[in-house]
Design a binder for this molecule. Sequence first.
Ligand code: NAP
Length: 270
Amino acid sequence: MQKVILLTGSTDGIGLEVAKRLVDEGHHVLLHGRNPQKLEAVKRELSGRGRMEAFVADLSSLAEVKTLAEAVKAATPHLDVLINNAGVYKVPNPTTEQGLDVRFVVNTLAPYYLTQLLVDQMTAASRVVNVSSAAQASVDLDALQGRTALSDHAAYAQSKLALTMWSRSMGQQPHSGGPLTVAVNPGSMLASKMVKQAFGVSGASLEIGAAILTRAALEPGFLKSSGLYFDNDSGRFAQPHPDALDAALCAQVLESIEALVKDDADRRRS
Ligand SMILES: NC(=O)c1ccc[n+]([C@@H]2O[C@H](COP(=O)([O-])OP(=O)(O)OC[C@H]3O[C@@H](n4cnc5c(N)ncnc54)[C@H](OP(=O)(O)O)[C@@H]3O)[C@@H](O)[C@H]2O)c1
């Protein structure tokens, strides 16, 4: 059955491979990218292969996340799947205009906010697939709130654990009638530009990541996965970092995420 699927970060790496698979399988794919030229090129490449629309938003800006959600709502009354795939490891200037680390904004806050803004477009049969990582490290709340600077790896690993923590909290207590929420490590050291820039290695086939994200989005095998973490390095549901199993720590991180998102929205309104 054709599904309506929003895929963030469709312009490169694993996301681009997922986009090709989903379009070729006949789904209605809402492509997303931050770079209009790159996004247009992907749309051109896939044109004639299936139904798709394209949305531009820089997810390091929560204002743009809001605009993206509004554009998606205007384009479709219903969303079957949201794949929060866009992510970032290394950038020349890691601090956003709001003084936050861009890894926390793009990898943790933006997917959280986008999910919240689109939750009414989803039903209990919908899915949110959060693209996590094997790189997970305890979240320093001061760093999440922009008060402490981190190395690239620490910021990335903390942002991915924070994503996994909110995914678990939300997935275990789904909004009534809301979507299942699962976190997935797509596989480590897959051959994307992120991996080349971060580790200087070419990496393994992107198809490994594309295949598992497509399964998480569509397969019945993931129907009971809400709140869980799938580790594609071992090929099974697995324990995430121990902090993600600690309900009190998850609540603390979620509270900080919600406060940051609310502060940003309040600042925009004033
Ligand atoms: N590759 C791996 O081995 C691996 C392992 C574990 C987890 N992951 C995760 O898999 C996901 C995909 O990463 P990848 O390896 O495929 O890397 P990638 O090739 O660099 O792709 C990242 C995607 O996110 C987009 N993106 C980055 N910053 C953005 C921003 N500020 N606003 C909007 N979009 C933005 C990129 O857009 P542009 O095309 O404009 O750059 C691109 O489409 C990420 O969440 C990553 O953390 C990857």
